[in-house]
Design a protein around this ligand. Structure first.
Ligand code: ZN
Length: 119
């Protein structure tokens, strides 16, 4: 049974889409709080994920990013893959090897540098 973390009611808890990491989100009809009852183990704060992706686009490798943020490099790899899915919609993301991901992000990085040519 789903329970609102704020008012602790179990009735009228509606599904409200999914988080970036794929966890089901719910919304309480009484206090309108949105929450995720069972966050996935690799669901880290959005802020940290953004930081990791930014460092990746800037050319830092997965292991350095992972060490810098104190997360496992597989976690960073998952974030990068999830982001690549959103940006370019590759046909079989599970089969994309890390070497290919590097090429993809080099490409995205170049595109980004051209559009924001400020540094
Ligand atoms: Zn509530």
């Amino acid at each position: 049974m789903i329970e609102c973390p704020k008012c602790h009611r179990t009735e009228r808890q509606h599904r409200a889409g999914k988080t970036d990491s794929g966890s089901q989100r719910y919304r309480c009809a009484f206090c309108r709080v949105k929450y995720t009852p069972n966050p996935k183990p690799w669901a880290y704060p959005e802020e940290m994920r953004r930081k990791a992706l930014q460092m990746y686009v800037d050319g830092m490798n997965l292991r350095r990013i992972a060490r810098h943020l104190g997360v496992h490099h597989r976690t960073v790899s998952l974030w990068v893959k999830a982001q690549a899915d959103q940006l370019s919609d590759p046909p079989t993301p599970e089969q994309v090897k890390e070497a290919e991901m590097d090429e993809l992000f080099t490409f995205i990085g170049e595109k980004k540098n051209k559009s924001t040519f400020s540094r």
